[in-house]
Design a protein around this ligand. Sequence first.
Ligand code: AVI
Length: 316
Amino acid sequence: MLRVKTASDFIDNAFYRDVVEGLSADVKTLPSRWLYDERGSALFEEITTLDEYYLTRAETSILRERQGEIADFVGPDAILVEYGAGAGVKTELVLAGLRNPRGYVPIDIAETFLAETSKRIASRFPRLRVRPIERNFLDVFDVPFDGVGNRTGFFPGSTIGNLNAIEAQTLLSQMGRHLGDNGRAIIGVDLEKNIDTLLRAYDDAAGVTAAFNLNLLERINTELGSDFHLKQFKHAARWNDVERAVEMHLVSLRDQRVRLGRRTFDFKASETIHTESSRKYTAESFERIARAGGWKVANAWRDADGLFCLFGLVRF
Ligand code: AVI
């Protein structure tokens, strides 16, 4: 028999808690990590192939063009620790350039994805010891590894841009603990640029980013039994000049009330739910955050158009 879901159905559910907390706030917000269910992850993969979304293309071109320099920076016999398991060619480009890499440690909360990545890398690099860690890389944990060799952290894709300053600094400090005093890190960072280019990257003509953002409401409907009318919300990308970030929002198209179990949430016309921030850095602003996390910038590799930067960091 169908019954209305109540808080007790979801009390232990982190997604439910985040949705209730985020929609109860004066300025409504939802954490961006919930964008990535199966459909959200597939839509994000599609975003990375769009003309407007230059980030993936630019970063991959740096990894191809600077493969030798990156390998020199990492050094021989290294263990590569990746924060977020690599979906595509990026990890393979780094590993293929290295001299005698000893180990690969992908860290990711998504079990299936982690297993697939580990299998793919192990079959492509049979001499590499692959040791996956199933954790959210923002949690506090250790990286045990019995092999020899200096460790290098790899955090590509401008995912650091989805973290606020405190989260970014905390992650960089934790990477320092994982990677040790001789540790190195390679971080992919999207650079500040012309605002039109930035906004187009987050509001593409084909509407894939809009579908990615709206899928979060669909997910709340399906998994938590709410009654969002998707046609009554639209996707918007906005530049936040103070935060130096492109923000994704879901804009309510009219006054409306949404039900979630026994709770209701009221939306005014034009009120938004803030679903993601993608921070953009300059060389100076990134250097500041790296220093605060215990690292100094040793290298900054940019693509030919100067859109994106891979920073090579060492401990200080
Ligand atoms: C995963 N992350 C780095 C992407 C970004 O650019 O902030 C997520 C994304 N959101 C909209 N488009 C892509």
